[in-house]
Design a protein around this ligand. Structure first.
Ligand SMILES: Nc1nc2c(ncn2[C@@H]2O[C@H](COP(=O)(O)OP(=O)(O)OP(=O)(O)O)[C@@H](O)[C@H]2O)c(=O)[nH]1
Length: 188
């Protein structure tokens, strides 16, 4: 429901929880359009499948329902897997969903905050059923983190490429010096 709300602004409340879905979502931008590939994971994924998703993803949305403790515990299990495989510095957001149902809350606000702290990421209280704004705000934040990570990655790659060029030049210089000194001693 969260992904479809984000992509279409509409609320559709009935999905097969055991079906994995892959969506493409284009975000128009004045400079370059960005296309997000979003996997809505299935509830019955095997451990291997989950690990593959963790390897594949550039960013992660951890959604739980505030009315369902087991959904929170499941999000915590996935958080442990993510941190173990990829560390804590991965773009992520935590979504405490179903905030229209506060009267039947089963997961406290501080539990949600703890999860977000462990992922070093922000938490958003939303109701997918009630509206689009909370959903888009959370996804905008994730996209900002993804872009930041992308820029960091590009500049690191540029530094590595620059270092490689420098070390090639250094080898060349050394070789050149040797050759010069050898030819110098030949003539003396
Ligand atoms: N009241 C309320 N119901 C919601 C909200 N978001 C989703 N639901 C309902 O919660 C159920 C599960 O939503 P899904 O989007 O299918 O969530 P899921 O995690 O893929 O599926 P489950 O594992 O079945 O919870 C559906 O019946 C939705 O209509 C919300 O913000 N408020």
């Amino acid at each position: 429901a969260f992904v479809v709300r984000y992509m279409t602004k509409r609320y559709i409340g009935d999905y097969d929880r055991n079906k994995e879905m892959l969506y493409n979502h284009k975000i128009p931008s004045p400079r370059d359009d960005v296309t997000l590939e979003i996997i809505d994971t299935a509830a019955n994924d095997s451990t291997e499948h989950k690990e593959n998703h963790i390897k594949w993803g550039d960013g992660f949305v951890f959604i739980y329902s505030i009315t369902d403790k087991s959904s929170y515990e499941y999000a915590c299990t996935l958080k442990d897997m993510l941190v173990k495989q990829r560390g804590q510095e991965i773009p992520a957001v935590v979504i405490a969903n179903k905030c229209d149902l506060l009267s039947v809350r089963k997961v406290s606000d501080s539990e949600g905050t703890t999860l977000a702290e462990q992922l070093n990421c922000p938490k958003f209280d939303v109701s997918v059923a009630d509206g689009y704004s909370g959903v888009s705000e959370a996804m905008d934040e994730l996209v900002i983190q993804l872009k930041r990570e992308f820029v960091k990655h590009c500049s690191q790659a540029a530094v590595v490429a620059n270092d490689k060029t420098k070390s090639k030049l250094f080898t060349f210089k050394k070789g050149f010096k040797k050759r010069i000194s050898r030819s110098h001693s030949d003539t003396v």
